[in-house]
Design a protein around this ligand. Structure first.
Ligand SMILES: [Mg+2]
Length: 381
């Protein structure tokens, strides 16, 4: 089998609110076409136009090439070999960040191709499932008031969630209000439903401020405090994690095993959150999860986009050593709700790992066409 074309398709809803941290308002879908008619699907959670350039840039030279140039004509089943080719082909401008985001989308699509070719779900190709279903946490933006936070908890518990994460929004602007919001959510949730707080860099690099808030969150029984600091403030991370008892989570902006190694060694986090559409794909996230497990650090994949990342993360969570949670984005955007035909619903507090070949999902061609920006997606027979 040979790769014949690589598409990087930008999707965007008609009106984007750039002031909120909702990455499901746009998307970059990767489709890898083959001479056998099998098409692999991947996704990249990045700045779509920037990542698209990584695909379409012409070959500058041996270690500064666009991914399309690297991939066309190659065997899609040689996933490990192609990861290495893409990594080395972009090593002058890549190694982390957007080049690895783009590689992630391809890697997911290659696993999808392999699964479709062999008629097996990706989780089976990865050495067999350790579990068929994962406990999701509903993931949403933190509202401004305690009343709204409590109302969201009631709504989501009613939908069957047993864990809920509130992120970004007002968190970090006023310590006392941060604690009030978390307290209102936890009070509504009760002891059987976990509440997670994602500070969305809210404490900048101020470890002392984060320590004060973290101690209060711990008293409330909050499950974890995520991304209190900007991603490069690893000293603040270490100071916080070494001081408080509550779990400190982070890493959604990081990529590759080498990046996560630094986060764990210098930042002392309790939980890493690699995003499969950014960290290097399915191949790389498994290496990150394995290393985290070896050093006693939790691994809960970050996932906020469409059904594509949901499915890819479910396959990952099905096979890693400790799968605590599946992040389950509940943003009511068309890309999150409608891009994939399969909705992967929450049932009895769990989400089932898809069982169809590859990722086990298909894109809705009407949604793809409707939200595509620029060149129309290729028609698939
Ligand atoms: Mg986060």
């Amino acid at each position: 089998m040979k790769i014949t074309e690589v598409e990087a398709i930008i999707l965007r809803q008609p009106k984007v609110d750039g002031a909120i941290a909702d990455g499901s308002q746009d998307d970059l879908i990767v489709r890898v076409h083959t001479d056998e008619g099998i098409v692999g699907i991947g996704e990249v959670d990045s700045a779509p136009e920037v990542a698209k350039a990584v695909f379409e840039a012409p070959n500058s030279h041996y270690i500064a090439a666009g991914l399309r140039h690297v991939l066309i004509g190659q065997d899609p089943l040689d996933i490990e070999g192609l990861w290495r080719r893409m990594y080395m082909g972009s090593v002058y401008y890549g190694r982390r960040g957007v080049a690895v985001h783009a590689i992630s989308g391809v890697d997911i699509a290659l696993w999808d191709i392999k699964g479709k070719k062999l008629g097996k779900p990706i989780s089976e190709l990865l050495g067999g499932k350790k579990r068929d279903k994962i406990r999701p946490y509903a993931s949403l933006l933190m509202p401004d008031t305690e009343r709204e936070a409590a109302a969201q908890v009631a709504r989501l518990v009613g939908m069957g969630f047993t864990a809920i994460k509130f992120g970004w929004g007002p968190i970090g602007k006023d310590e006392a209000h941060d604690v009030r919001l978390a307290s209102a959510a936890k009070k509504e949730a009760g002891s059987k439903v976990e509440i997670l707080i994602d500070a969305g860099f809210g404490y900048g690099a101020d470890a002392d401020r984060a320590i004060r808030v973290a101690r209060r969150l711990e008293e409330l029984g909050i499950y974890w405090l995520e991304e209190p600091f900007e991603p490069d403030e690893l000293e603040a991370y270490a100071k916080l994690a070494d001081t408080v008892g509550i779990r400190v989570a982070g890493g959604e902006e990081d990529s590759t095993r080498w990046g996560f190694c630094e986060l764990v060694e210098r930042g002392h986090v309790d939980v890493v959150q690699p995003d499969v559409t950014r960290c290097g794909g399915i191949s790389e996230i498994l290496k990150i999860a394995r290393e985290a497990h070896r050093v006693g650090v939790g691994c809960v994949p970050h996932a906020w986009k469409s059904g594509v990342i949901k499915a890819a993360s479910l396959h990952v969570n099905a096979v890693i050593d400790d799968a605590t949670f599946q992040e389950y984005c509940v943003a009511e955007t068309p890309i999150n709700l409608h891009l994939t035909r399969e909705k992967m619903p929450v049932k009895d507090g769990f989400v089932a790992v898809p069982t169809g070949p590859g990722l086990g999902i298909e894109l809705d061609p009407d949604i793809l066409e409707r939200y595509a920006v620029g060149a129309k997606p290729l028609k698939i027979k």
